[in-house]
Design a protein around this ligand. Structure first.
Ligand code: NAD
Length: 301
């Protein structure tokens, strides 16, 4: 690090990683970017990111390495089989921002520690819009010193960072939050469909529930029926927003953890099933609030 500016290896320049890396470069950090997709390397080069020929090249001279990859197997594969940890200098700080299984996150921390590196899991919420605007929320797991060191970089890419606890705690917070969100979106959707069958207008139910004890983000920000919340995905033919397949993925991770821990979370498990079915069918390219249509059509039972 020179004058507060880091050399950052950034691997995974997709929908989220691309704009996150661009924001770090814009803030004056040296960002060495790598992705398997050549088109994404070209796009990143246009945003001030220096593109390199391999993940190992991105890590070799970096003091911080950030990964933003699809799933745990990609993170562990890159860290270990593809030699990312081995390529880095001792004491390099690895920050994994991907959403992955808690068990995989803990395995990634252990692998980093065994290789003489330091690590944080730091998944995000806020979607592509938040990644572009630099307004993500980070949920971090790992040591206090590592979090303190990462904080200025997280502040470039986001508006809030919460240190949730030790290794894996960031991923744990992410899946618990999204389990609340998935269940509450189904609850709000079922209430609107029940209201329809009782002759209750969407606006009337919204006006009552949004100022009463039914109030929640799924209702008052991402309302699943068109009309009450101008600009919501429902108002735009359910264009994401937060895509149903991503909700299905996060609920699947939560369900894995529920089963592994023997936790009694029947609604979380059912929500995972309903979103998996929706995401594989009509919801493949829809916002997650579109599940109201599957419920209305009987596909949600
Ligand atoms: P994405 O598929 O657009 O990007 C992932 C990138 O990783 C791809 O470009 C892929 O080529 C690259 N990649 C995979 N393996 C690689 C390897 N071995 N070496 C180099 N590059 C590799 O996905 P995304 O939408 O950017 O999501 C990334 C992560 O963020 C996921 O874990 C997702 O669950 C999470 N997330 C996404 C959103 C969202 O709205 N998209 C919101 C919150 C969290």
């Amino acid at each position: 690090m020179v004058n507060g500016k880091h050399t950052i290896g950034f691997i995974g320049l997709g929908h989220m990683g691309g704009p996150m890396a661009a924001n770090l470069a814009k803030a004056g950090h040296r960002v060495l970017g790598y992705d398997l997709m050549p088109g994404l390397l070209t796009a990143a080069a246009g945003t001030g990111v220096e593109t390199v020929a391999s993940a190992a090249d991105a890590a070799a001279t970096a003091d911080v390495v950030i990964t933003m990859l699809p799933a745990g197997r990609h993170v562990l594969g890159l860290y270990q089989e593809e030699g990312l940890l081995a390529a880095a200098r001792p004491n390099t700080l690895f920050i994994d921002c991907s959403t992955i299984d808690v068990a995989d996150a803990r395995a990634a921390h252990e692998a980093a520690s065994a290789a003489g590196a330091r690590s944080l899991d730091a998944p995000v919420s806020g979607g592509v819009v938040g990644a572009e605007a630099g307004t993500l929320t980070f949920m971090a797991g790992g040591g206090e010193a590592e979090f303190a060191e990462a904080e200025p970089l997280l502040a470039v890419m986001g508006k809030k960072a919460v240190h949730c606890g030790g290794p894996g705690a960031g991923q744990a917070a992410k899946i618990c939050n999204n389990m609340i969100l998935g269940i509450s979106m189904i609850a709000v959707s079922e209430a609107f469909v029940l209201g329809e069958s009782l002759g209750l207008s969407h606006q009337a139910l919204y006006d009552v529930a949004s100022t009463a004890s039914g109030q929640c983000w799924a209702l008052s920000v991402n309302c699943p029926v068109p009309g009450p919340v101008p600009g919501s995905p429902a108002d735009h033919d359910y264009r994401p927003g937060f895509a149903a397949p991503l909700m299905a993925k996060d609920l699947g991770l939560a369900a894995n953890a529920v089963r592994a821990g023997g936790v009694n979370a029947e609604l979380g498990l059912r929500a995972a099933e309903l979103y998996a079915a929706y995401a594989e069918g009509a919801g493949a390219d829809q916002d997650f609030s579109g599940i109201v249509k599957a419920i209305r059509e009987g596909g949600g039972s």
